[in-house]
Design a protein. Structure first.
Lengths: 795, 289
């Protein structure tokens, strides 16, 4: 507590101050309460039997022996689940896509390895797993397709023949102008096909659910580890054929979401169904082996990108036709939808078109993941910018600056109609170039150094959409949520404020930021604001935390609620102090006269007066509680640039990232330390996807080759390069306080900057990189192909 | 990820442990540090009828003994203990270096060297060093104590010459060459090796080298000795040509696997490059790795 007060004294404005996080005291003392910490009396445990094949028909299920095992309470199969529930709904459908309904358990055909087929509830998880093993399921393996490009070939098996006549779920063209004409006229055209690997968002806490049903009360309480408790409540009610008032979703601390926990999963629904039918609490915590197959994957895409330029290096046109992999069926958010929005990046391009093609394959469904398409398209575009520079004999830094939108050109509507609100894009790029001493590095040359290694520098620049454009934008895409956020503030009799939000807490510092804004606007001490998050029984109906939207929308709701609460507090205090409200201020725990601070009244006293209705003005309603809803006027575009310096061993392809510098603008920063944590955390995931993480499938069997922590190479702190962060703070005109989203930024630049640095280091060999992750083996293959006189496209 | 049912036995002596292993007809498994066994139980990749927990046998199995020229590491000695042991630092510095490549601190606090030898992971660091330095595996079974040379002990991926009713009680090293060096490359920090190398040799006053030993991990279904490479270097001065030839000869004893860490081709490409560099470090660096 004392450190909080010190911080407040040092910083007159709470916004912009690195006050200690609200979340940390409990988390650091081991007092966090995660879903697995919840275990009601008489709890039973669920285990799920999963399809071991990528594509198979279920011929028969023999469950009698398992159901009769001691300690086993219930076995469910797909036929029963289909009869008793509705399909799981999609929250953000792919525009133009066929409806592909799916149930929590497959009953006829499985479309991915790990798809739930049976669920068992027993006295313990051990017994439940024993029973799953005792269920005999006869599968007829069907022809499968793993690769999204192969899935779109005419000879590929059609995975949903009852709904689709190919595996192309949807195709979404967007853009403006006549890029084909510009391409034909251009002096230079660079183009390539870029392959982005499939990764797992891999939150430290896997998914978890504890379901309790009180039949007499007709109340289902579902403790779910999720980013969107109110949306899960809606989905549970729909699928279980309950009224929403019969469902309460409670989300405590969440050990990471990253987009993976964005809606209802089959296991959530199954635990609830068992709990209702057994009238006993049912618990399921995902284990890591399940997680790698049953929780959504991310990123996998192939971008065919082209850039046309004139002799002076001016960008004339860009096109991007890309395929994203959906996996076997929908997930609540499906495959990434933001590549199209930002495909032209921070550059001045009038003629540009993009087409997103969504392919169905026999793999785990793809879902949202920090960045949601933005790291992928950034990789493709920024590698081509460097290739264009090499073709034209231009410096890649200069070429970027030449084509970058200037501060004066903003706001700018890009080719797909997204509005870049404000900013100084060039400044971030110049800052990173200066910080890494680009001039000095170029003067020192590319080597080789005495140790034999070649040195390269790589840049990347990006814009990042944060938040949603509007409820109308979402409605046009069939999304089942709004662009706003909602917050309730309730004064309490201790003189504090309870803040209620449906935004659950999964590491994004929302409790801290909301309390900072509340205290700043209202005047109360930061320490006296308590944030209650994630219980749908206690918090206002909201959208949830994703798309870097929490602060963009939520800060407005907090601001409006805090201002209204403050106004009423001042009116009540004014009557009691016999002063005008305008003469008063709230300072910590008192309301006082600005001119004569000794004329003061305790905040607790005002709160009690309002809550009891005793001693308030006659025209004032009792109570001191406000709910506010806020929708920002537009999405805010964050932006930034990064530079990497690498040293490459041309004999082995092994390389070291010696420096990584990033400058970004997230608009006005509420809590600098929290922002730095967000950026570094996202960078770690960006480096993972850039350097080592990749889910690999065996071609013949179609099975996941590396679904354990032994073989999936997620970086540890020891694997990360040194990171240097720079910030600028240009306020956005479209959001409260000028904030821009920041949670996803760091995932964007690592891949492109490192690839460009490696290609720069090995420029004399003509090495080009076209896929992620950039492993030493891939660099070695690229070197070998370049020296063999090939096009330098590694496998 | 919960184990299938098994009987849990905590014996009070090695003899009782061996008797339990015998009673289960080879279907029981010994639990020492559990760093490999417990995950395999959880994933039901292993379904022993009993788990014989030897953690109560510290008096019999917990020692590092230096006797004459020999150093014996008991079956309950943790990696961290060996890492911190002055005896190991003085007598087996190559082993000490290699231990730092094993897992992370938590794994090293719990895992045991003999457990790693029993696990016989083809990428295991302890197995590689034991093979390279010509260690002896001491095992006890119903028929008594058996001594098995590390060279020949590893018979396949996760397979060794131990009988199912036997347990390892110690790992014994003799006199080792004067210099040693260790190399490992994984896909991330403390990952399983896609390539690991251990080299040891003693320089002679005339500039030649004797007792040359070259071990390779991650390059075959067991750790293997690069015999042709070592023979090329034995008794020779190590000029650039000798090192380059020896590095190429190492491929004769390699049959690299193909997996998510690396292709066979890439492993074969890396092997001579890193072996040559490691041997060079032995020449340049007067002390152990």
């Amino acid at each position: 507590m004392s450190s909080v007060e010190v911080a407040e004294q040092q910083a007159p404005s709470l916004i912009g101050s690195s006050v200690p996080r609200k979340e940390d005291d409990r988390l650091l003392q081991g007092d966090g309460r995660f879903t697995d910490d919840v275990e009601p009396a008489r709890s039973l445990h669920m285990a799920v039997g999963r399809c071991p094949f990528p594509h198979a028909r279920i011929e028969s299920i023999e469950a009698a022996e398992a159901a009769a095992m001691p300690g086993v309470h219930q076995v469910l199969t797909g036929v029963e689940v289909e009869a008793r529930t509705e399909p799981i709904s999609v929250l953000r459908p792919v525009p133009g896509a066929a409806d592909l309904p799916f149930y929590a358990l497959a009953s006829e055909v499985c479309v991915f390895e790990g798809q739930p087929v049976v669920s068992v509830v027993a006295e313990s998880r051990q017994l439940a797993e024993d029973a799953v093993e005792a269920i005999w399921i006869d599968y007829e393996p069907l022809a499968h397709v793993s690769d999204p490009i192969a899935a779109l070939a005419p000879e590929a098996p059609v995975l949903h023949p009852e709904r689709m006549d190919s595996n192309l779920l949807a195709s979404n063209p967007q853009g403006r102008g006549e890029p084909e004409k510009r391409l034909a006229e251009a002096v230079v055209v660079v183009e390539d096909s870029f392959r982005i690997g499939r990764v797992s968002p891999l939150p430290m806490e896997p998914r978890a659910v504890v379901a309790e049903w009180r039949p007499g009360a007709r109340e289902l309480i579902a403790h779910v580890s999720t980013q969107v408790p109110h949306l899960v409540r809606m989905q549970l009610a729909e699928s279980l054929r309950l009224g929403e008032s019969e469902v309460r979703v409670v989300t405590g601390d969440v050990g990471g979401g990253f987009g993976l926990k964005l809606g209802l999963y089959p296991e959530d629904l199954l635990a609830c169904l068992h709990a209702i039918e057994l009238r006993r609490p049912v618990k399921w915590t995902e284990d890591r082996v399940e997680h790698f197959r049953a929780s959504t994957h991310a990123r996998e895409a192939v971008h065919d990108f082209r850039i046309a330029a004139d002799a002076e290096g001016r960008f004339l046109a860009m096109t991007d036709t890309y395929v994203t992999d959906l996996g076997g069926q929908n997930s609540p958010f499906g495959s990434a939808q933001l590549s199209s929005i930002v495909f032209t990046g921070p550059y001045r391009v009038e003629d540009a078109t993009v087409e997103r093609r969504v392919a169905v394959t026999n793999k785990t469904p793809i879902g949202a993941y920090r960045g949601y398409g933005q790291p992928e398209v950034n990789f493709a575009r920024e590698l081509l910018v460097d290739r264009l520079a090499r073709r034209l004999g231009r410096d890649p830094l200069e070429l970027r600056l030449q084509n970058m939108l200037s501060e004066e050109e903003l706001p700018w509507k890009n080719a797909v109609g997204a509005l870049y609100d404000s900013g100084d894009y060039g400044r971030c790029l110049r800052m990173v170039a200066e910080r890494i001493d680009y001039g000095g590095l170029r003067a020192a040359g590319r080597g080789p150094r005495p140790d034999g290694r070649y040195v390269g520098v790589g840049f990347t620049s990006f814009v990042e959409r944060t938040g949603y454009a509007s409820a109308r934008f979402l409605a046009n895409r069939g999304s089942r949520f709004g662009a706003h956020e909602s917050v309730t503030l309730r004064a309490n009799r201790s003189g504090g404020i309870d803040l209620y939000t449906g935004v659950s807490t999964f590491g994004q510092s929302n409790e801290t930021a909301f309390a900072q804004i509340c205290a700043e606007v209202h005047g109360i001490d930061y320490a006296a604001v308590r944030v209650h998050a994630g219980d749908t029984g206690a918090t206002p109906l909201n959208t949830g935390a994703f798309a870097s939207r929490t602060l963009i929308a939520g800060s407005g709701a907090v601001r409006e609620a805090a201002a209204a609460l403050r106004a009423k507090t001042l009116r009540i205090a004014a009557a009691r102090l016999e002063l005008e409200p305008d003469a008063l201020e709230i300072a910590g725990d008192v309301v006082r006269c600005r001119e004569q601070p000794q004329r003061a009244i305790g905040l607790a006293e005002i709160h009690v007066a309002a809550i009891t209705g005793q001693g308030i003005p006659g025209d004032e309603e009792p109570g001191l509680e406000v709910t506010a809803h806020f929708e920002p006027s537009a999405a805010a575009f964050a932006y930034g640039s990064a530079a990497a310096v690498v040293a490459v061993d041309a004999e082995t392809g092994e390389f070291e990232i010696e420096r990584f510098v990033m400058a970004h603008d997230s608009g006005r920063i509420v809590n600098p330390r929290a922002v730095e944590g967000q950026v570094r955390g996202a960078l770690a995931q960006g480096f993972g996807a850039a350097l080592s993480e990749e889910l690999r499938y065996e071609e013949d069997s179609g099975q996941l080759l590396n679904g354990t922590m032994l073989d999936y190479f997620v970086p540890t702190a020891s694997d990360l390069p040194p990171i240097e962060l720079l910030h600028t703070e240009v306020p956005s005109p479209v959001t409260p306080f000028g904030v821009r989203g920041v949670g996803e930024t760091g995932t964007i630049p690592p891949g492109a900057s490192i690839a460009n640095a490696v290609c720069d280091a090995l420029a004399e060999f003509g090495v080009e990189i076209s896929s992620l992750p950039i492993t030493p083996e891939r660099v070695w293959r690229a070197l070998r192909e370049a020296s063999n006189g090939g096009e330098g496209l590694e496998g | 990820m919960k184990p299938a049912p098994f009987e849990y036995v905590r014996p009070s002596s090695v003899a009782e442990a061996v008797a339990t292993l015998e009673a289960h007809g080879g279907m029981a498994r010994v639990l020492a540090g559990g760093q490999s066994l417990v995950p395999m139980l959880g994933m039901r990749l292993m379904r022993p009828s009993a788990v014989v927990d030897i953690n109560g046998l510290d008096a019999e199995l917990g020692q590092i003994e230096a006797r004459g020229a020999e150093t014996t590491i008991g079956a309950l000695v943790r990696y961290s203990e060996a890492e911190a042991s002055p005896v190991i630092a003085e007598r087996l510095p190559l082993l000490r270096t290699a231990i730092r490549y094993i897992g992370d601190r938590q794994v090293r606090n719990r895992g045991t060297l003999c457990g790693a030898v029993a696990q016989s992971d083809p990428t295991g660091e302890v197995a590689l060093v034991a093979l390279t330095l010509g260690a002896t595996v001491v095992a006890q079974g119903p028929g008594g104590v058996r001594e098995l040379a590390a060279d020949g002990f590893f018979v396949g991926s996760y397979a060794n010459a131990l009988a199912p009713e036997e347990m390892i009680t110690g790992l014994r090293f003799g006199v080792v060459p004067a210099r040693g060096a260790f190399f490992e490359r994984g896909r991330k920090h403390n990952d399983f090796a896609l390539l690991s190398l251990a080299v040891a040799a003693t320089p002679e006053p005339d500039g030649s080298w004797r007792d040359v030993r070259v071990g390779m991990g991650g390059i075959n279904d067991t750790p293997v000795l690069a015999r042709a490479a070592a023979a090329r270097l034995e008794g020779q001065r190590w000029d650039e040509a000798a090192l380059a030839e020896a590095a190429q000869l190492a491929l004769e004893d390699a049959d690299p696997p193909e997996d998510v860490r690396a292709s066979a081709e890439y492993r074969a490409h890396l092997l001579p490059i890193h072996l040559r560099r490691l041997l060079l470090s032995l020449v340049e660096e007067p002390r152990h790795g």
